[in-house]
Design a protein around this ligand. Structure first.
Ligand code: TMP
Length: 237
């Protein structure tokens, strides 16, 4: 049995605990929500449970498709045992449809479909507000090696194809998402979470937003959207 040890870290949406096994951690998902690098703060009731369960469901699905992830075992509604990875300090964003900062940066309206999925890299730094970077920056400052970047890019594109297909079967367009990777026993594996906090989900027919944009943009119906996503993937009534 994995036993929970001392708290190692508290982030904006999760707490991380040591365990009695050196290569395992316990992640505890909170209901706290932030946006704009912590400037906007709030609570989304039940979010921790949704994000824990949805992320685990999707990570298990990705494992079945040959993508190694940090997931080991869900031990409660909000807590999961994961592999103790060293996080690569990059936020990897994949985009299928224009939204959010891509719309602001390019002038293309939200909803435009680019000719191909777009992969972006951001340097993971709260102090700097996660600035967008490119592969040269990552190599030149030693944030990742050439080999790691190649694995990360290929895996991110594969994850996108798997998730896009899956969400289409439940009537949801996967607009974009953010993932993170970790180093584990010499390998690069998928870490962090995949949830309505880190993805944009639009209803395929109505284009209604079913993700954290409802919180970021004060649209209301935030809890309902998270619950609806759970329902779509068969994890709630
Ligand atoms: P963006 O359009 O604001 O750059 O966001 C792109 C995607 O990344 C969107 O699905 C939300 C997700 N995201 C995070 O998970 N964490 C973040 O800090 C930011 C800015 C975006």
């Amino acid at each position: 049995m994995v036993e929970q040890g001392k708290q190692l870290y508290e982030g904006k949406a999760k707490k991380v605990f040591a365990t009695n096994e050196e290569d395992k951690l316990i992640v505890d998902y909170k209901d706290d929500a932030t946006a704009f690098n912590g400037l906007k703060k709030g609570t989304i009731v039940g979010k921790g449970v949704v994000n824990n369960k949805m992320s685990n469901y999707l990570m298990k699905m990705l494992e079945e498709h040959g993508v190694e992830t940090h997931y080991i075992e869900e031990i409660s509604d909000r807590r999961t045992v994961v592999k103790n990875v060293q996080i690569v300090p990059l936020e990897v964003i994949m985009r299928n449809v224009v939204a959010g900062s891509l719309s602001k940066r390019t002038g293309h309206p939200e909803g435009d479909v680019p000719k191909m999925p777009i992969l972006e890299l951001y340097y993971k730094s709260d102090e700097l507000g996660d600035p967008m970077i490119n592969e040269d920056h990552a190599l030149a400052f030693g944030w990742a090696t050439r080999e790691e970047l190649d694995t990360i890019a290929a895996t991110a594109r594969k994850v996108n194809e798997i998730l896009k297909k899956f969400f289409a079967t439940v009537g949801v367009d996967l607009i974009d998402f953010k993932i993170e990777f970790g180093r584990y026993k010499g390998r690069i594996i998928l870490a962090d979470e995949i949830s309505p906090d880190t993805c944009r989900f639009w209803d395929s027919k109505t284009k209604e937003k079913l993700d954290k944009d409802r919180f970021r943009r004060d649209m209301g119906g935030v809890e309902g959207a998270y619950h609806e996503m759970m329902r779509r993937i068969g994890l709630a009534e």
